[in-house]
Design a protein around this ligand. Structure first.
Ligand code: NAD
Length: 262
């Protein structure tokens, strides 16, 4: 178990799904949390209060668009001003768009690459100098099984996630002797709003129930017939912050019910 009391963790896209699970897990290990992401201001205020009161940590919120270089630099600066320098950076914000290459709108390609790949690069650029200066840091990139293997109709997402796995390796090499590790977590199916959209689309297209669509989606890709939970991804992130993981760097940890084992 990592002891993160006194450390600050910035989790992008932590107003929902996996990012919210990671924020709770890191807060559970004692870290103060900088939340980021979009949503209804009232809902976000409640999520923020929930993390703070449940875990007894400080929680800030910066609604930066992760694809905007200026906003990302401001996010790291504001998080640092409110809670202290960022020790743990989790690049989790991500979006999906599904279409065959021949009809994939170029603007959607650009958006998916900008949020899922360039956003992680920008946040790393902003957070790395402080980590190096303090001689300790953890960078965790939430890639995907789609960072390791492909699915049809997800060209931008698969390209971005493969890119993120590559970026993870480069950062690991550059920071190898600075006390900073950089790793990717590659989840399989996690039932979040991002996936619920795909479940609904599948159910409607095939004229099947939502429950049947979920079952088909999981079993066609994974050996395990179950979703991973945001809490389980959070537990992996906490492990990567622990002293036991201090020499794990540049790698991708699959948490995917056997998806890429096949
Ligand atoms: P989600 O839709 O529940 O949450 C996405 C989060 O990112 C939200 O907080 C949203 O506000 C934020 N976000 C979106 N665009 C943003 C932007 N431009 N700037 C800042 N924040 C932005 O999705 P999720 O399923 O929790 O996905 C989280 C990450 O996990 C993504 O990178 C996704 O690719 C990855 N992932 C998800 C699954 C899955 O099955 N759900 C599997 C593998 C990988």
């Amino acid at each position: 178990m990592a002891e993160l009391r006194g450390k600050v963790a910035l989790v992008t896209g932590s107003t929902s799904g996996i990012g919210l699970g990671i924020a709770h897990a890191l807060a559970g290990a004692g870290a103060d949390i900088v939340m980021n992401g979009f949503g209804d201001p009232g809902d976000i205020a409640r999520l923020r209060e929930d993390i703070a009161s449940r875990h007894g940590v400080r929680v800030a919120y910066v609604p930066a668009d992760i694809s905007d270089a200026y906003a990302v630099a401001q996010m790291v600066a504001q998080g640092t001003a409110e809670l202290g320098a960022v020790d743990v950076l989790v690049n989790n914000a991500g979006i999906q768009f599904v279409a065959p290459i021949e009809s994939f709108p170029p603007a959607e390609w650009g958006r998916v690459i900008a949020v899922n790949l360039t956003g992680a690069f920008l946040a790393m650029q902003a957070a790395i100098p402080g980590m190096k200066a303090r001689g300790w840091g953890r960078i965790i990139n939430i890639a995907s099984a789609h960072g390791l293997v492909a699915s049809a109709e997800k060209s931008a997402y698969v390209a971005a996630k493969h890119g993120l796995v590559g970026l993870t390796k480069v950062a690991a090499l550059e920071l190898a002797n600075d006390g900073v590790t950089c790793n990717a977590i590659c989840p399989g199916w996690v039932l979040t709003p991002l996936v619920e959209v795909q479940v609904k689309a599948r159910a409607e297209a095939a004229g099947i129930t939502v429950e049947e669509a979920k079952r088909q989606m999981v079993t066609e890709k994974q050996a395990m017939n179950r979703f991973t939970t945001p809490e389980q991804i959070g537990a992996t992130a906490v492990f990567l912050c622990s002293e036991g993981a201090a020499t794990i760097t540049g790698t991708s940890i699959s948490v995917d019910g056997g998806w890429v084992a096949q």
